[in-house]
Each structure stands twice: as C-alpha cells, then as structure tokens.
Design a protein around this ligand. Structure first.
Ligand code: F6P
Length: 361
C-alpha cells in the first residue's frame, strides 16, 4: 500500500507558533509513515498551476523550525476562492480548482491552520469538494470559540507586556501619559491580558463602553495621588468618542482597524492637560520567536490533528480545554467569536487592582 498523503496549509494572518505547528504535524505524520505536502500561501497554492507545494521532510520536523517566527509555508488573508478578485474587478468562484488540486495531489486529508474566517472557507471547500478536513486554531486575537487559547496569542500578549515594561520608565521620566494601541480585531483579549501583566493604569477594550471623562478622571486621580505619569492600553477596535470605529486604509486596498490611540491622545490631553505620546504596536505582535507556551500548544495541536486523521475523525478542530488538548466540531468552534466577558475573571481582576476600564466603575 502506498503511504497515506496528507496536506497542510497555514491561512489568514501569520503569528508566532505556526512553524511549531508544522513541526508537530510533520513529526507525528512521519511517525505514522505518511507523506505531508505543505501547500504554499494557503489556498493560493492550490489555485496555482503548477500547484505550489512541497513535500515536507526531516528539515520541517526539526527543532530549528520550532523556534522560527512566521510560517515557512507562507500564508494569505486575501483571495477567498469562492469570490476570487479577478484583474477586471469581477469576483470569480474558483473553488472547483481547489478540489481538483486536492484530488490530483492524492491528499486524503487536509490540515488547515487558521482563524474563524479561514475555517469557514475551508469547511465549505471540503464539503463541496468532497475532501477531509481537520482544523488547528491560530490567531493572536484569541477570538475563536471553544478553545481557551489559540496559537500566537501568548506571544502577542508577551510582546505587548514588554512594550508596557519599556514605556513605563520613559513615561515616568517625562511625566507623560503613554498610550499603547494593540491589535485584537473585535476582541479585547490582548489589551486586557497585557494591560494587567504590564501594569497599565487604564485598559480600554471594545467589550466595555468608555467615556473620555471617566478616563480623564482616572488619570487625574493618579496625578492627585502624587504620580504624574500613566500607562493606557487600548484595543484597536475601541471606537472613537462618539462611537465610530477608527480604520486604517492600506496601500493596494484593504482596511484594518488602526488609529484609535492617536484619537484618544487628543481627547485625553484636552480633558487633562497631560502630555501624551502614542505607540502603535502593530505587526510586531505577530512576528518573532514564539513563547514557550505557544510552542507547547502548537506542538500538542499538531500531534493531535494528525491523530484525528489516523482515527478518521474529520470536520473537527483541535482545542485547548482544562489543560488538555481535545477536539470539537468545527461548526461549533466558529459559531460565534469568543469576546472578553465583561463579568469574567480578568475584568474583575483589573477592577480589583484599581485599573480604570473607562466606564467610571
Ligand atoms: O487577525 C489578526 C490581525 O493581526 C488583527 O489583530 C489585525 O486587526 C489584523 O490581523 C491585521 O491584518 P493585516 O495583516 O492584514 O494588516
């Protein structure tokens, strides 16, 4: 019997820990005697002719790969195959080309490492194209339901925490209010966790509505206590005073959240007279070496995903629950995003520490 062939692709925004996943998958599959085809640049590799892929051998199973940031396979967060943007501006359904590539390459099961958007597309491709799929959750935003953590989140929190560590001495030296804007899309997980770990005075997240007056009152209280600097961390999707989201247009098209830090700086200065400076952390949160925790989760996810294929269990996503790797139906995992619980442990911890959440409580 020829060895089983499985496919592996990384999809959506990159993050630290993707290569640790690849290493976990290749190591485990090699143990079963299977071939792993690494698809380049997510589903884009299956749309190219000739197909863009490589057979992943011992080098991809090495501990050198485990430590690397980014993804050795490349990824994309553009080019939905069901509505693929064509040069003439139209959108074309190219999903049949992907099913044809999966069949032609002899892929018996595909492992997709992605976030909720990628999973929705991959599930539809698998259902319509008749191939088997297993999902591994990755996103710095940590907004995938059913799993307590996703690959990349811990590294992003560590980077944001370190940024606060670095901002604190310069804030104190200049008596300034330092505002750190972090990523997270519609969820405030990175801001909340890093804000607590990094000793922020104010944490603003999209799940808790704020007023500039409450933020200013909190900063003034700190100043009255004799400390003339403050650290504010704000999630990128927090709206401007008045409620409008703040967006960044990118060259070549596309837009993402971005710019709320600068908006807040002006509002805080006009309400408190404080001198403010803004740091937008951006993609620094996604790059670099993964933390030990991300490497562990990624390794457990990679091994378990291959075991699922061995057990012929498909349309499932690996997940982390109660210190264990488990698997759940993909439909359940992407049914709703996981946002910060405004009554949850971390919010209560922040309030207990006297951190202002912008709601005056
Ligand atoms: O979803 C991950 C993420 O990093 C978000 O936190 C952020 O809003 C977005 O991707 C940035 O996307 P891009 O890489 O296209 O700038």
């Amino acid at each position: 019997m020829p060895p089983k062939t499985i496919g592996l692709l990384t999809s959506g925004g990159d993050c630290a820990g993707l290569n640790a996943v690849i290493r976990g998958v290749v190591s485990r599959a090699t143990g079963y005697g299977w071939r792993v085809l690494g698809i380049r640049h997510g589903t884009m590799g299956l749309l190219r002719r000739p197909y863009a892929y490589e057979e992943l051998g011992p080098a991809a199973a090495s501990s050198t790969v485990l430590r690397l940031g980014g993804t050795i396979l490349g990824t994309t967060n553009k080019g939905n195959p069901f509505a693929f943007p064509m040069p003439d501006g139209t959108l074309l359904n190219r999903s049949a080309e992907i099913a044809e590539a999966v069949r032609a390459l002899g892929i018996e099961a595909l492992i997709g490492v992605g976030g909720d958007g990628s999973f929705a597309i991959l599930r539809r491709l698998a259902a319509e194209g008749g191939f088997n799929l297993v999902g591994i959750p990755k996103t710095i935003d940590n907004d995938i339901g059913v799993t307590e953590t996703s690959v990349g989140y811990d590294t992003a929190v560590m980077v944001a925490t370190e940024a606060l560590d670095r901002l604190q001495p310069t804030a104190a030296s200049h008596d300034r209010v330092m505002i750190l804007e972090v990523m997270g899309r519609d969820a405030g997980h990175i801001a909340l966790a890093a804000g607590i770990a990094g000793g922020a005075d104010v944490i603003l997240i999209p799940e808790i509505p704020y007023t500039v007056e409450a933020v200013a009152a909190h900063i003034n209280k700190i100043r009255e206590s004799g400390r003339n600097f403050a650290l504010v961390i704000v999630a990128e999707s927090v709206p401007a005073p008045g409620g409008a989201g703040v967006w960044q247009q990118h060259t070549g098209g596309g837009q993402t959240y971005g710019g709320i830090g600068q908006v807040l700086a002006g509002a805080i200065t006009s309400h408190t007279g404080a001198e403010t400076r803004v740091t937008v952390l951006g993609h620094v949160q996604r790059g670099g070496q993964p933390t030990a925790s991300d490497r562990l989760i990624a390794s457990a996810f990679g091994v378990h995903a291959v075991d699922l294929i061995a057990e012929q269990k498909f349309d499932r996503m690996v997940a982390w629950q109660n210190r264990c790797v488990v698997d759940v139906p993909m439909a359940e995992a992407i049914a709703r995003p996981s946002l910060v619980d405004p009554d949850g442990t971390l919010v209560r911890t922040a309030r207990g520490l006297g951190i202002g959440l912008g709601d005056g409580r």
